[in-house]
Ligand binder design. Structure first.
Ligand SMILES: [Fe+2]
Length: 241
């Protein structure tokens, strides 16, 4: 299994605070059956893409070295969680921010209310540049929770969804769980990921997260969203079937 959304890199965003916590999160993922993790730190400063990539990649390398020392056999891949804003129109080459140098780009909208037209045009900017946006945790956005039509408008822009394991397991609230289940059953949520930030609450303990997954979610759904589709993304293959 591959986790395509995580904040395991230390001291770069609001995720892991130090390398010990980075390693701890990787260990937790490994013990929960994961072979790979995509590190997706929050990306907001479109005017310093190079600085972000340099810090991300150097810290990723240090974490890899530590994992090898501690014999934690899990692969780490690079990515980012792009915060959509008007700045996307001004941004230079975004290729280094994709998931493992593929066409797939993890991105997020503001959690609170936002201008829908502007948000959708920012998403379209990504597709017009040839990326396939993977919209993170739709079940958490105020805008979707209050108006489900936004789901279809996002899909019309060529994006797909990634739901959080916590939401699916009912650890957020019942509405988030309902939305996560519906999107998986519609076949438009192609991924389930941890969005892990720390070893305490938003962590990699998937066994606990999945202790209350609704019965509509089958083993096949889990296999598609945690293994098959993430594996295709890493190889830059098509996920639309
Ligand atoms: Fe995230």
């Amino acid at each position: 299994m591959i986790d395509i959304h995580s904040h395991i890199i230390y001291d770069i965003d609001d995720g892991a605070v130090n390398i010990v916590e980075s390693v701890e999160l990787c260990r937790q993922a490994f013990h929960n059956g994961f072979d790979g993790i995509v590190a997706t730190p929050h990306f907001t400063n479109y005017y310093d893409i190079d600085g972000f990539v340099l810090e991300r990649d150097s810290k990723l390398e240090l974490i890899r070295e530590r994992l090898a020392e501690e014999k934690i056999d899990i692969a780490l891949y690079s990515g980012a969680e792009l915060y959509l804003s008007r700045a996307v129109f001004m941004a230079g080459d975004l290729d280094p921010l994709t998931i493992n140098d593929s066409q797939y780009m993890l991105c997020e909208f503001p959690l609170g209310p936002f201008n829908i037209d502007e948000g959708l045009s920012e998403l379209s900017e990504l597709t017009s540049r040839g990326y396939t946006p993977v919209v993170a945790h739709p079940e958490r956005y105020y805008a979707i929770r209050h108006d489900k039509r936004l789901v279809d408008w996002i899909l019309e822009r060529g994006a797909v969804f990634q739901v959080n394991a916590d939401s699916l397991g009912g650890n957020l609230d019942s509405l988030a769980q309902r939305i996560a289940v519906d999107l998986i059953k519609r076949g438009v949520a192609k991924f389930i990921a941890s969005d892990a930030h720390d070893k305490y609450r938003r962590n990699m303990d998937f066994k606990r997260k999945f202790s209350a997954v609704p019965s509509e979610i089958t083993q096949k759904d889990l296999e598609n969203c945690l293994n098959i589709n993430p594996g295709r993304v890493l190889k830059n293959e098509d996920i639309f079937d």
